[in-house]
Design a protein around this ligand. Structure first.
Ligand SMILES: [Fe+2]
Ligand SMILES: [Fe+2]
Length: 266
């Protein structure tokens, strides 16, 4: 399928992009049975598509902002085209999510979405366009588009039971392959000598963010366990003591002697 695009060098880039292979990560391939299970439930599938729609829409806004900020004419056109793609993906995901919800028999919504291992396009990373140089922005975009393309490849493979959602992922995947390719080529154009280093910096940044998320999750689990121990182990003896002393208390008002000799009732 030929993508619609402005002519000239942009068209050439688009054609080249289709020659780049999309490969899922080893981890995603290993987790394929888990992905299959996550996408099996219709209501969970719908809510994941809504979440993806939101991520794509956020990504579209970030890229529009990146197009505003760059002084490079070719990059501006590519960022705008990219932003339009992400907005279109958002609309497609939301539309499919609504169709799935409308067709699904009523049931309790699936609360578990498995977002840590089956996320949308930007994964769990937030993009701060203003804080990035063009080189680091392109490196970040290249890595996240590459990861997204690999994940969408797996999603469409495990969705054999839902041909429409599978066709949607296949369509979106073509754009992601283009995003993955043009960001790499543009990084090579504006920073030919620093391309490798920028990609490593972006990889380390993603690793650091993953570590922070992991540390927050572990700290939250430890906090939960600590509170449960306090509630079920430390508090019960105090509650028992309070009950015991309550039994010794006289019911109603009792006279308490004061310095004046007259009794007061308490
Ligand atoms: Fe997208
Ligand atoms: Fe994309």
């Amino acid at each position: 399928m030929q993508p619609s695009s402005p002519g000239g060098p942009l068209n050439l880039l688009l054609w080249r992009a289709f020659l780049l292979p999309v490969r899922s990560s080893r981890l995603d391939r290993l987790l394929r049975p888990l992905h299959r299970w996550v996408w099996r439930d219709e209501r969970r599938r719908a809510s994941k598509l809504f979440r993806f729609a939101q991520t794509e829409s956020d990504g579209g806004r970030d890229l529009s902002r990146a197009a505003e900020l760059t002084a490079d004419g070719l990059l501006r056109r590519l960022f705008l085209r990219h932003a339009l793609d992400e907005q279109r993906h958002a609309a497609l995901f939301a539309e499919r999510g609504r169709a799935l919800l409308a067709a699904a028999p009523y049931s309790v919504p699936a609360r578990f979405e498995g977002n840590w291992f089956a996320p949308g396009e930007r994964g769990l990373d937030d993009l701060r366009v203003e804080q990035q140089s063009p080189e680091s922005l392109l490196a970040f975009l290249h890595l996240s588009e590459k990861a997204a393309a690999g994940r969408f490849q797996i999603y469409q493979e495990v969705l054999a039971a839902d041909p429409q959602t599978r066709a949607l992922f296949r369509e979106v995947l073509r754009d992601e392959a283009f995003h993955m390719a043009y960001t790499d080529k543009q990084l090579g154009r504006i920073a030919p000598r620093r391309r490798g280093w920028r990609l490593w910096q972006a990889r380390l940044g993603r690793l650091w963010k993953a570590y922070l998320r992991f540390a927050v999750a572990v700290a939250s689990a430890i906090g939960t366990v600590g509170l449960l121990v306090q509630y079920f182990v430390l508090l019960p003896p105090f509650a028992l003591l309070a009950k015991k002393s309550e039994r010794r208390e006289l019911p109603g008002w009792a006279p308490v002697p004061t310095s004046s000799g007259r009794g007061q009732y308490r």
